[in-house]
Design a protein around this ligand. Structure first.
Ligand code: 3HC
Ligand code: NAI
Length: 686
């Protein structure tokens, strides 16, 4: 039964049971509507408690129904029905009351919650606005400022803060339903507060809306939903209730069918599918309760911080005492900065540091469950580290490498019990970036691969399985991005024009700015290794910049010049001269922003199709997640593969053919042609 009713004297308890997250499917909406009718008709019922079974309160509308025609009873009608019920309804919240779930509670006369609960209107994260009165009732409950903040950011609010903000009436420490029933009884002894629809919206200060619009627009960049959500709250403040409800519904329905909402829904489901790959169903992961990191540089320190954020005790191993000190100092700096930004308290920062032991002695690793190696990108150095680890660690300790480009099979060659080895590729800064590429070798045990996915869950990261090749999924596509960016320079575009076009597309940075920030040397190492294997990587300009030690911001110049102490990119005459020399045999073309973006994106999509074709990625949506969570590809574009499908694969193929004719890209690969013929990539996540 999706909805059941039981009685505690004169109080009816309505329990929703629609696993996994009590989403408001048509059956649930109907069940609740019928319950409201039946309870209104029952004279022995004086008040109604609305509670949920399972791990959470109602988590929202059923996102899976968004692509289908809406079926009655519609959610706004259900909320209105509860709001005008003859008896007061009290929402008893545990877990998350999100979106439509929170809107149902706004139809109730009271809201109580356990302290671990949270409430919120995350619709903007799905490219929509609340569609069942959230933007209209929330300002009547908690004021315009709180409403604007909640609906334009989509950030949920924890129960205690929600209580302070007036979003809920009480925090219940013990038995939630018993507490809610007691509050219902107490409420019956007092005059009832007005339903939210009958309350006024408090006036805002002069200039409030203009200031809010600026803030929201700056944060949203090119996302449509946050500004639309702001417009809905403004309408709620300036028009009568019914007009505002109609405006919100219209906005909701218009956005629901928008390309941005489709992209964000795609990412929502891709993220959930990624954590539970079907190929590992039923496999029990090896346990991870403690960890060690080898190397305390940029990546090692970030990885150790991420492990500490998940409360794992961490041992940090470095080459010598001085390096141990530097590694610990790197970690201290990370936690200090997190505390300074208010992400964690200073006590928590100290507690994080206290859980780290620095050492040079591998004997300290005899009992750890997981070791992640993040030493120099050098095969011999890494092999030496793993030979020592294989001897020092338990046979059932997981041994992982964070290599960017080396072949994990070669790193693991010759180690005892190779089934415990795999690649775990973090992205910089590792304590912040959400992506974790999981790279099994032929010998990795499924339980060890499953442990990689379990680790991602512990660290709150998005796991994507990647096959072995030069660069795995993310850096393999990055190589194409960089090569295309150079082709653009050789055919008449300039570094600032390319960077501006990619920022206009929605990336946080253009390819040249990004290289200057991260350093040109890592890619130069990768190209050197590729040439040693007989390959011919394309980077005529970057090669020349590296030859004169222009490695980016850290060396005072890369693609741009940087005066000392200044990170503002300036045009470089040296670079312009090198481009001019290298470009002499290339045609000069006219480039506008769209053409630049196409010249970079279409070959990325083509590479994505090759990555799928050779099994480096298992799902097109995994490639999307890699680019979104590792490289800042705009979430609202859905990732490159979704973007390609949304544009039409036929069009992508045609445009790639044109670029190929001009010598600016490789022709479409077979899988892309096949996908264009069949109308999509085969995607196991759907
Ligand atoms: N609709 C449909 N399915 C949903 C869903 C939703 N709103 N929310 C979660 N699910 C599904 C997931 O796809 C997943 O399915 P699977 O097991 O088949 O992969 C399953 O529920 C469990 O989800 P999680 O893995 O995310 O579970 P967690 O326990 O980690 O998190 C949660 C629970 C915090 C509720 C999280 O699922 C969440 O944030 N959900 C989205 C909430 C949301 O965005 N609500 C707003 C919807 S839009 C709306 O309500 C419009 C309204 O204004 C009209
Ligand atoms: P780094 O140079 O900042 O740090 C390397 C650390 O390893 C140094 O502190 C060094 O003292 C230590 N080290 C070297 N040999 C050691 C040994 N034998 N035993 C113990 N410690 C040793 O390098 P970074 O950038 O942290 O890279 C580390 C690894 O992570 C490389 O494999 C790199 O390819 C990979 N990586 C780097 C990314 C980046 O953006 N920097 C992103 C993802 C992976």
């Amino acid at each position: 039964m999706t909805v059941s009713i039981e009685r505690q004297g004169e109080i009816a308890v309505v329990t929703v049971n629609n696993p996994p997250v009590n989403a408001l499917s048509q059956a649930l909406r109907q069940g609740l509507f019928d319950a409201a009718e039946a309870l209104d008709a029952d004279p022995s019922v004086k008040a109604v408690v609305l509670a949920c079974a399972g791990r959470t309160f109602i988590a929202g509308a059923d996102v899976g129904e968004f692509g289908k025609p809406p079926m009655p009873p519609h959610l706004p009608d259900l909320v209105a029905r509860i709001e005008r019920a003859a008896k007061p309804w009290i929402a008893a919240i545990h877990g998350s009351a999100l979106g439509g779930g929170f809107e149902v509670t706004l139809g109730c006369r009271f809201r109580v919650a356990v302290s671990s609960a949270s409430v919120g209107l995350p619709e903007v994260r799905l490219g929509i606005v609340p569609g069942a009165g959230g933007t209209v009732r929330l300002p009547r409950l908690a004021g315009v400022e709180t409403a604007v903040d909640m609906v334009t950011t989509g950030t949920p609010v924890g129960a205690r803060k929600a209580h302070e903000a007036g979003l809920i009436d009480a925090v219940i420490e013990d038995d939630l339903v018993a507490g809610a029933v007691a509050s219902a009884r107490a409420a019956l002894d007092r005059p009832l507060p007005d339903a939210l629809r009958d309350r006024p919206v408090a006036a805002v200060a002069e200039g409030f809306w203009e200031a809010a619009a600026k803030t929201v627009a700056a944060r949203a960049k090119r996302e449509e939903a946050p500004l639309s959500a702001l417009a809905c709250v403004r309408r709620a403040a300036e028009a009568d209730f019914e007009t505002a409800i109609a405006f919100e519904r219209e906005t909701f329905l218009a956005l629901r069918g928008s390309p941005q909402a489709a992209a964000l829904r795609h990412v929502f489901f891709a993220e959930r599918a990624a954590t539970r790959p079907p190929e590992l169903a039923g496999v029990t992961p090896w346990t991870i309760r403690s960890a060690a990191v080898i190397g305390g540089g940029t990546m090692g320190a970030g990885i150790a911080a991420a492990l500490r954020d998940a409360s794992l005790p961490v041992i940090l191993v470095e080459r010598d005492d001085g390096a141990v000190e530097r590694g610990l100092a790197n970690l201290r700096a990370i936690f200090h900065s997190a505390a300074k930004r208010g992400r964690i308290s200073t006590d928590a920062a100290a507690e994080r540091m206290a859980g780290i032991t620095g050492t040079t002695d591998y004997a300290a690793l005899s009992d750890v469950d997981l070791v992640i190696e993040a030493v120099f990108e050098d095969l011999d150095v890494k092999r030496d580290v793993f030979a020592r680890l294989a001897a020092a660690c338990r046979d059932n300790a997981i041994l992982a490498t964070n290599t960017s480009y080396l072949d994990p099979e070669r790193i693991a060659e010759g180690i005892r019990r190779p089934e415990r080895f795999l690649g775990l590729h973090f992205f910089s800064p590792a304590q912040m970036m959400k992506l974790l590429e999981i790279i099994p070798t032929r010998a990795s045990a499924p339980e060890v691969v499953a442990a990689g996915f379990a680790l991602a869950r512990m660290l709150n990261k998005i796991p994507v399985r990647a096959g072995i090749c030069d660069g795995f999924i993310g850096n393999r596509i990055l190589k194409v991005t960089r090569a295309q960016a150079e082709r653009l320079l050789l055919s008449g575009a300039t570094p600032p024009a390319v960077d501006a076009a990619m920022r206009a597309f929605g990336l946080p940075m253009g390819p040249f700015e990004a290289q200057d920030l991260g350093g040109l040397d890592i890619a130069a190492f990768q190209r050197k290794a590729a040439r040693a294997r007989g390959e011919t990587p394309f980077a005529p300009i970057a090669d020349r910049l590296c030859a004169i030690e222009r490695f980016g911001q850290k060396s005072g110049g890369g693609w741009y010049d940087y005066p000392p102490g200044d990170r503002t990119p300036r045009l470089s005459e040296t670079v312009a001269a090198i481009i001019a020399e290298e470009a002499k045999d290339w045609p000069r073309l006219d480039w506008d922003e769209d053409a630049i973006a196409d010249c970079i994106l279409l070959p990325m999509i083509n590479e994505g199709a090759s990555i799928l074709a050779d099994g480096t990625a298992l799902r097109a949506s995994d490639i999307d997640l890699v680019k979104i969570h590792g490289y800042g590809f705009p979430r609202w574009r859905g990732g490159p593969m979704h973007y390609a499908q949304a544009q039409g694969l036929d069009k992508v193929v045609e445009a790639l053919n044109t670029l190929a004719t001009e010598g600016l890209a490789d022709p479409p690969c077979d899988l892309l042609l096949e996908a264009a013929r069949h109308g999509g990539f085969s995607d196991a996540s759907r």
